[in-house]
Design a protein around this ligand. Structure first.
Ligand code: GFB
Length: 308
């Protein structure tokens, strides 16, 4: 990518998109295009096509997605399938029609089977049944991967797909019902500390294990792969280690400086028992995560306190 190449970041205000914009800026890319939803509705196929025809981006990061934690995924399955399938299909097809040079599609670690052997390798895709709490989201993401691969095979395009693990960082969603676990716990512990509440409720049993990657690391890996990877096969983006939800809760508790108790609400779902990515392919491609969870968590707490 030339420093002045026109790069469209779809979802440039979201957790991942905004981190990709920061990363591109820091690497000296100067011609980055983004459109807020009010100006470009990615659900509208004609509008997307018109945008690509007039702007003619050369590179596309497809980071626009409907995302949420376990409660949101489980409560709004129709929105999660529709609002992922349609925008990604519109952007991928418009990229093909306007001869975009390269596109990077962001998937998710939930595309792997619920009971996949751990850590999960790229070839486990479509090897078993999905986790029911986020199946519609996962099916949409799998369709995105397959669409990129189909276009590459039939049309000779260069569309790559990456599978990040659970992400956190600036511009995360801290809405308690719809958030992922890490931002939800930050907010719960901060508010409990401020109002001297004696306990914090943690959903589920606390035993599921998750891997957490700072979004600045994720963005750096995405740009690294955009610059150096050209194959159709998916690539995992993770840190290669995980923690239990109980361990995470204790870490957030001590980072925030809360002194009360944890209470596990086992009426809430646990979701997938474990989700840890095998990152050996990414490491062979020359990239490794650099932000330890403790450091990333401290900066996420600071960000929340400043920006809530
Ligand atoms: O992050 P999370 O919502 O989603 O939940 P998934 C991870 C685990 O944390 C689950 C527990 O076992 C939750 O029950 N948990 C504990 C909490 N306390 C809380 C809380 O206050 N809020 C939340 N949200 N969880 C998502 C998928 O799955 O992972 C998405 O639904 C996406 O599709 C994303 O793939 C990466 O990790 O279970």
């Amino acid at each position: 990518m030339h420093p002045s190449a026109k790069i469209f970041v779809a979802g440039h205000r979201g957790l991942v998109g905004s981190a990709i914009v920061r990363n591109l800026n820091s690497r000296g890319f100067t011609n980055i295009v983004g459109r807020p939803r009010a100006e470009l509705d990615l659900l509208d196929q004609s509008a997307v096509r018109r945008f690509f025809e007039s702007e003619k981006p050369e590179y596309v990061f497809l980071a626009a997605a409907k995302v949420g934690g376990i409660y949101a995924n489980n409560t709004y399955p129709a929105e999660f399938i529709y609002e992922n399938l349609v925008p990604q299909a519109n952007v991928i097809h418009a990229s093909y029609e306007t001869r975009v040079k390269k596109l990077l599609f962001l998937g998710s670690s939930c595309i792997y089977p619920r009971m996949a052997p751990q850590p999960m390798r790229e070839e486990f895709l479509l090897d078993g049944k999905l986790e029911p709490t986020n199946e519609p989201y996962a099916v949409a993401k799998i369709a995105g991967i397959k669409m990129c691969q189909a276009y590459n095979r039939q049309y000779g395009t260069k569309y790559i797909s990456v599978m990040p693990t659970n992400l956190y960082g600036p511009n995360d969603n801290f809405d308690l019902k719809n958030a992922h676990v890490l931002p939800a716990l930050i907010r719960k512990f901060v508010e409990a500390k401020e109002s001297n509440v004696p306990f914090v409720e943690v959903w589920g049993s606390g035993s599921p294990r998750r891997e957490f990657l700072h979004v600045d690391d994720c963005a750096d890996a995405c740009v690294h792969l955009m610059l150096s990877y050209d194959e159709s096969e998916i690539v995992n983006i993770g840190v290669g280690s995980d923690v239990s939800i109980k361990e995470l809760a204790l870490l957030v508790k001590s980072t925030v400086g809360y002194v009360g108790e944890l209470r596990f609400d086992t009426s809430k779902p646990d979701g997938t028992p474990r989700k840890l990515l095998d990152v050996s392919k990414l490491e062979k491609l020359g990239w490794k995560a650099t932000i330890p969870l403790e450091t990333g968590l401290r900066s996420a707490v600071e960000w929340y306190l400043k920006n809530r």
